[in-house]
Write a protein that binds this ligand. Sequence first.
Ligand code: 13P
Length: 326
Amino acid sequence: MPLLTTRHLLDAAAAGSYGVGAFNVADLVQTQAVLDAARATRSPVIIETLAGGHPYSSDEFFWTMLLRAIDTYDDIPVALHLDHGPDFDTCARAVDAGFTSVMIDGSLDSAGRPAAFEDNVAVTARVVAYARERGVSVEGELGTIGGSKDGASHAQIVLADPDQAAEFVAATGVDALAVAIGTSHGAYKFTSPPDGSVLHMDLIERIAAKVPGVHLVMHGSSGLPADLRETINAHGGRLPESWGVPDEEKGRAAGLGIRKINQGMDHYMAFTAGLRVALAEDPMSVDPAVYLGEAREWSQRLLEERMALFGQAGRAEDVLTHVPRV
Ligand code: 13P
């Protein structure tokens, strides 16, 4: 099956009232874990990656390999999505490389501060014009999502405004909208379990009501499982205690109107735990085939659980028969 757009996958998800995980990958071993989990659970899936967010020497090399890998899974519906494209040129590069979906993140200016609404609209509309002509879906962002991957810097959180969401969608024509509802990116999120003063789940329903033709996206959805942190720390890691989005909130999000659920850190943690355990169990090991294989299996197990939680498990066939909106 050819790659599908996120518009196609998310239209089907809206019709079936379920969520679709968009799983970040930084290498091909992780990519296979996502694809194998999707195949095992019969799930449509979105694979997403950040420009430069991998150990290979160029985006073009990694992106070519990603497309070749996805090609070998022709029995499951897959979209390939650029996560947080920082500017027009990066999004255009991903479109030209064969991605079926891109995110333009115009929510921050070049200094990392919340961008002016008009500037966000302008760059997003430009990406939509380029992508639409080439049959590629576009996600924009309204408000800013907090956090960082290394815990060293923390972006300011600006919650999305429902009225502005309607204006943004009308002015840009995006297919999907990332809405800041209090979540944070990365492995270091909240210092205590988040409650309603942190996660504004009510905003989802209010925004969904204002932009019915667009699919809402929740970023920073990882839960940061304590058992994985403990395993990592018992095998040489030093992750501080931190809380993410609880499982029940992730499950609830789809019911409230979230269609695309972005997750990176949870399966990155599973991968790291598997890797550390494999290396600790065989201190003489120098064979990546063994320890990376173990990491892939740990990652796949967690991904299968998430696919069941988000509701996409068992929906692969449903997507294939769904006719997307144009
Ligand atoms: P986490 O950092 O919570 O895994 O979220 C990933 C994400 O939102 C990517 O855009």
